[in-house]
Design a protein around this ligand. Structure first.
Ligand code: GLV
Ligand code: MN
Ligand code: MN
Length: 455
């Protein structure tokens, strides 16, 4: 069948693990916090340097590099039928405060290496086949880092994104020549750290005009506008219309939502104001945090999760009753309806806590409330077959973390490949994936790409 390869092709796929590890280590030095932690915030000086490094590696791999207005970076291997929809694979390199060096990074560097793997591969002339391409559009296969802790076997990573696709190649004895162009994508700001919205680049690529509009007036916690920040990094120079970044690419995942909540009370002196007289905005926040946990647990499914990752009190002095509090809440589920019920219950709790505590619920804002996305059967099957042919065991799993693929799935079939990582750790400095596991992932990505190219 068209998508199974001879063993000599499969065994010619070789990953340069040492170089890849060196690149991962090198990229981790572009950080605003000390090693082993990594902090790389959108459009910061370190982010700009890291972007330059990625573009350099893309160029070394022979890819043609281009950036869009918000800094999504595309490295293209032009196919000989360049007018066809390209096949893309990618991930992100921004890192939340004090995280590790693999999340996203493996998906970008691993994708560049997968291109190198294909370029080095050897296909004998006898393997030439007539190539049939289904019109399925562009596919992206994302290699994901799943932070999902399975009972014994711990899996991972969205380190790799793979782009995958419906490309096909002409073969000769020197390796692939893509027919559809292949593209590695480095998505801008998969993490919501700076401007509060996750998967910023991929949402725009998927055509979110509402986001493009919002960004015109979005500021960070230092009151720096998105546009100023983008301009300082060399983007958003010519036009202000961010929706001009639409390009079609793809991927897959669980349903995330995030909320911002503010309470306001009267504050006062920690000694002078007696307890019955207080309306403590801090206690309202604490109570809401516990309510989030309760509503999540009440869903009855382990798939429902909720986190209060930010809780700030104002003025933040030991002897002052908090007059203001701010919470940011992340809740997710593989079941969108169940997740929405949790969001609604959190809202009801916020209203009733404000009432009983005599504080004002000055803000209850849903930042995003996204549906889940399903991987494409075709891509799942190709990745499974690739794993088998490479003698690697595999399992089917869902991604509880979100990825740019969640949004790319809106415009194209998608799939993701995960690799194992140490204890399933992510978003902390202890995050680690072995060179061997990364290399296995890159190989499966390369072979999956090759297979899809023949569909
Ligand atoms: C991505 O980093 C996520 O929070 O799932
Ligand atoms: Mn992450
Ligand atoms: Mn990630």
């Amino acid at each position: 069948e068209s998508n199974s390869f001879a063993t000599d092709f499969v065994s010619s796929l070789s990953v340069d693990t040492l170089t890849l590890q060196k690149q991962i280590d090198e990229l981790s030095t572009f950080s605003d916090t000390p090693a082993p932690s990594v902090t790389r915030i959108l459009y910061s000086e370190k982010d700009v340097l890291a972007r330059r490094y990625i573009k350099h590696l893309m160029t070394l791999a022979g890819l043609t590099v281009r950036e869009d207005i918000v800094g999504n970076i595309f490295g293209r291997w032009t196919g000989h039928e360049a007018e066809l929809a390209p096949v893309a694979t990618g991930s992100h390199i921004d890192a939340i405060p004090y995280s590790g060096k693999y999340d996203g990074v493996v998906g970008v560097l691993g994708a560049i290496e997968a291109i190198n793997v294909l370029k080095r591969s050897v296909l004998l002339n006898s393997l030439c086949k007539s190539l049939v391409v289904n019109e399925i559009g562009v596919c992206i296969l994302m290699l994901g880092l799943s932070r999902y802790l399975d009972v014994e076997v711990i899996w991972y990573i969205d380190q790799f994104s793979f782009g995958l696709s419906c490309a096909d190649w002409n073969f000769n004895r020197y390796g692939f020549k893509p027919k559809r162009s292949l593209e590695v994508i480095m998505f801008t700001s998969e993490e919501p750290t700076r401007f509060g919205i996750s998967c910023l680049g991929s949402r725009l690529l998927a055509g979110s005009e509402a986001l493009a509009k919002d960004l015109m007036s979005t500021v960070d916690s230092q009151n720096i506008s998105f546009l100023d920040a983008a301009r300082s990094a060399g983007y958003a120079k010519e036009q202000d219309d961010l929706s001009s970044t639409s390009i079609g690419i793809v991927t897959a995942i669980a349903a995330p939502a995030s909320l911002k909540v503010d309470f306001e009370g009267n504050g006062g002196h920690a000694g002078a104001v007696l307890m019955p007289k207080r309306n403590d905005a801090g206690l309202a926040a604490a109570e809401l945090a516990l309510a989030v946990e309760k509503h999540v647990l009440d869903s009855g499914s382990v798939d429902t999760v909720g986190t209060v990752g930010i809780l700030e009190l104002h003025p933040g002095a030991i002897n002052s009753i908090p007059s203001k509090s701010h919470l940011e809440i992340d809740t997710r589920d593989i079941d969108e309806k169940r997740r929405n019920i949790v969001v609604e219950k959190i809202h009801q709790s916020a209203v009733s806590i404000a009432k009983t505590r005599g504080v004002v619920l000055s803000e209850f804002k849903i930042i995003n409330q996204d549906p889940p996305a399903l991987s494409e059967k075709l891509i799942i099957e190709a990745a499974e077959a690739a794993s088998k042919e490479l003698n690697l065991t595999h399992k089917l799993m869902i991604s509880r973390a979100y990825h740019d693929s969640l949004f790319m799935a809106r415009v194209s079939p998608m799939g993701m490949i995960f690799i194992p990582c140490y204890k399933g750790y992510s978003h902390k400095p202890e995050e680690y994936a072995s060179g061997q596991d990364i290399a296995n992932g890159v190989k499966v990505l390369a072979l999956t790409l090759a297979k899809l190219s023949l569909q």
